[in-house]
Design a protein around this ligand. Structure first.
Ligand code: 13P
Ligand code: SF4
Length: 347
């Protein structure tokens, strides 16, 4: 039963004490968040992994790229476990390293040594290593603006991987006009741009989040028509049109804090993942809160981590069997931490 599973999780957590650490991303289910030692957005979880020196086992409740990041930021001897190996991220899968190497070779021909690569942390360790090797940094949705500003102190052009929307929204916020942004299409291996390439300042990798693409302009129009006094707040993985028509946009941490601080009785439509929206609704009974897309939008891969998988991973550790360990090869880690450290030093 659920109660028995919960009891077992608690027993194992108690037996391991501080040797076991369970980070949980905001998009995880309540049944898992309940047992996490720290909850946060991607940046907070990366920082938490970097400073934890006690835990021998880090059972990561999030998706594969987050567990890879935790493995790279922890020390020798600390082991990271992902409770279900199928918990990937479709956005991270949209940029593979061969495509990126091919793109880089062509972009160097077009622009010479004027480009710096930046990657959203929602990317594989190999992409982070590519970025680190070429002088760039990782970014998260809560520091993208700061990191893009930093990037322009290094080079005059940026290649932003793999989420075109976070890249476009952040560059737009910094005052870069849309006409100066081109798209890199990794399938055709071509730059999509209408004008003179010399004018390009930001090159956006053509990737996106399959959860946030479900929030649309017509969802916003519907709210504006039916609930004119409702505030609309979205994650910057939503399209430029959606972010442009919303009242506020920011990372999961930003969304949580904005709504916590809002006036009792205020009304909110939120454009982000379903588990988080449900939790915000539960935690703010004094406000009227709905999902911007009335059908709610789950991240199917985040949802693969559930109570049975968490318990299975913990029982493995109890038996002394290390299953689903995430190990990033040393030669990738070496370059990828350059990119991660440039981010952590700037935020
Ligand atoms: P943040 O945790 O940075 O808000 O990102 C959301 C996300 O899509 C994680 O997969
Ligand atoms: Fe990836 Fe989007 Fe799911 Fe985040 S919400 S893990 S970006 S698919």
């Amino acid at each position: 039963s659920i109660e028995e599973m919960e009891q077992r999780v608690l027993e194992i957590k108690q037996a391991f004490g501080s040797k076991l650490y369970i980070p949980g991303h905001h998009y995880q289910k309540d049944e898992v968040i309940k047992f996490s030692d720290v909850t946060g957005d991607s940046l907070q979880l990366a920082q938490a992994a970097a400073v934890n020196k006690d835990a021998e086992y880090i059972v990561f409740c999030g998706v594969h790229f987050m567990a890879e990041t935790a493995d790279m930021l922890t020390s020798e001897g600390q082991k990271v476990v992902l409770p279900d190996m199928r918990a990937g991220c479709s956005m991270a899968d949209m940029a593979d390293i061969d495509q990126t190497d091919r793109a880089w070779a062509q972009l160097q021909q077009l622009f010479g040594d004027t480009i710096l690569p930046l990657t959203y942390v929602n990317s594989t360790a190999s992409i982070k290593a590519f970025v680190g090797k070429n002088g760039g940094a990782t970014v998260t949705s809560s520091n993208a603006k700061k990191m893009l500003q930093w990037a322009f102190t290094q080079k005059e052009r940026i290649l932003f991987l793999p989420d075109q929307h976070l890249g476009r929204n952040t560059a737009y916020d910094l005052g870069i006009p849309l006409e100066k942004m081109a798209i890199w299409n990794p399938i055709t291996n071509q730059l999509e741009y209408d004008g003179d390439v010399e004018d390009v300042v930001v090159i956006l990798w053509k990737g996106h989040c399959s959860v946030h693409e479900n929030f649309t302009v017509s969802n916003i129009e519907h709210i504006r028509k039916t609930e004119p006094d409702m505030n609309i707040i979205v994650h910057p993985e939503c399209s430029r049109e959606v972010v442009g028509l919303s009242d506020y946009a920011g990372s999961t941490k930003y969304i949580i804090e904005m709504i916590e601080a809002a006036e009792p009785g205020s009304k909110w439509a939120i454009g982000t993942e379903m588990n988080l929206v449900k939790r915000i609704i539960d935690q703010n009974p004094d406000k009227k809160i709905v999902s911007l897309n009335p059908y709610m939008c789950p991240c199917l891969t985040m949802n693969r981590i559930d109570l049975p998988h968490l318990l299975w991973a913990l029982e493995g550790l109890e038996k002394g069997e290390l299953t689903n360990q995430i190990i990033v090869p040393a030669e990738i880690t070496k370059d990828a931490v350059l990119a991660l450290d440039r981010m952590l030093a700037n935020v």
